[in-house]
Design a protein around this ligand. Structure first.
Ligand code: ADP
Ligand code: MG
Length: 344
């Protein structure tokens, strides 16, 4: 009998590795591919960065609480975020859409309002895509293309021992917003006449439904002549992303629990759900903040930026990837963020 391996045995990242063993690169224009936030092609001094993301109804979004305008905006922004994560600037977007006739033209126009708004805000041209019918739900695939000077591209694999680990903004907010929306959906399903009062949760719900990519951070780093040694965007949770950087860079890390930036509204909401704020911030996904490493000599510059927190440092690989608690105990860093196919 042919061997059958279940997807959940590999998980999302194991599957990608299994399907994509090291391939011989055929074109000199291919700079790098699988394993970073973008693929990179080079023509002369410029590098073109390309990143694809797909969104599937019922997996990535729930039509009950995701307005289509927000879905379009978020899909585009999360795609641009991958270009920023390689220190690039997004410039073009391709949109591929498969929808069933359950959707009206007006609904899809709303989706495009969101896509257009994001493109306008981030200075990106929507230049093409593909459209198909679908038997069930909606499937959306976006491909962003961006540009970067060849000597400015930042990958996940450049972190060095003693580098400082930095993160922009605050973490866990999008996850906290999602928990509130899921709770309100359950209430609504039980009693469709109920009107949720979400005024206490505005920040976190906005972070979930209408996230922003950190164009400002990439610009600030460039203005201050700081070139991160490694960078990734936080889409699957801080712990998961830190482990990606360490694995690709062959280093270890020490992250300090009490340095992880968490907004007050996030802390308060996670408490309502009996989740320790730091745990939510470590594992909650879709923050689209930037996690990056810098040389210690850039510390004086970085500490002047209130939107950047230094949360740890890079260690030798033999020391592993660890979290230091406020009580000064060390625990192993584990990825519990979202991973397709793994049992959650
Ligand atoms: P991100 O969260 O930054 O979008 P992913 O975790 O989705 O990145 O993907 C990790 C890496 O694996 C990326 O370099 C991506 O291009 C690559 N990858 C993902 N899915 C596939 C696939 N089906 N075939 C080839 N490469 C893939
Ligand atoms: Mg990414």
């Amino acid at each position: 009998m042919d061997k059958r391996t279940e997807l959940e045995q590999l998980g999302e990242f194991g599957l990608i590795e299994r399907l994509n063993p090291k391939r011989r690169i055929i074109n000199t224009s291919t700079l790098f591919g699988i394993g970073d936030d973008c693929a990179a092609m080079t023509y002369g001094d410029k590098v073109t960065l390309v990143s694809s993301d797909c969104l599937v109804e019922g997996i990535h979004f729930d039509m009950v609480y995701t307005p289509l305008r927000h879905l379009g905006y978020k899909a585009a922004v999360s795609n641009f975020s991958d270009i920023y994560a390689c220190n690039g600037r997004p410039a073009q977007l391709l949109v591929t859409l498969a929808v069933s006739n359950r959707y009206s033209v007006e609904a899809l126009e709303e989706l495009y309002e969101g896509l257009n708004l994001a493109c306008e805000k981030y200075g990106v041209d929507l230049v093409g895509g593909d459209t198909s019918s679908s038997n069930g739900g909606m499937f959306l695939s976006l491909t962003a293309m961006g540009e970067c000077d060849k000597d400015k591209v930042v990958r996940r694999n450049g972190a060095k021992v003693h580098d400082l680990i930095c993160v922009s903004g605050d973490l866990g907010a999008a996850y906290a917003g999602l928990l509130v929306l899921q709770r309100e959906k359950a209430v609504f399903m039980a009693n469709p006449a109920s009107q949720p009062d979400l005024s206490d949760y505005q920040y976190i719900i906005e972070r979930h439904l209408k996230p922003e990519a950190r164009k400002d951070i990439v610009q600030w780093l460039s203005d201050n002549s700081i070139l991160p040694s490694a960078m990734i965007d936080v889409s699957d949770g801080l712990a998961s992303e830190a482990l990606h950087i360490c694995k690709q860079s062959n280093v270890g890390c020490e992250l300090y629990y009490d340095k992880i930036p968490v907004d007050y509204e996030t802390i308060r909401t996670l408490e309502e759900f009996n989740i320790v704020a730091d745990t939510g911030a470590l594992n909650g996904g879709e923050d689209y903040e930037l996690l990056f490493t810098i040389s210690q000599s850039d510390y004086e510059k970085v500490k002047t930026n209130k939107n950047i927190s230094v949360i740890g440092h890079i260690t030798d690989q033999s020391q592993g990837c660890n979290l230091v608690t406020p009580q000064n105990t060390t625990i192993e860093l584990k990825a519990q963020g979202f991973n397709h196919y793994k049992k959650q």
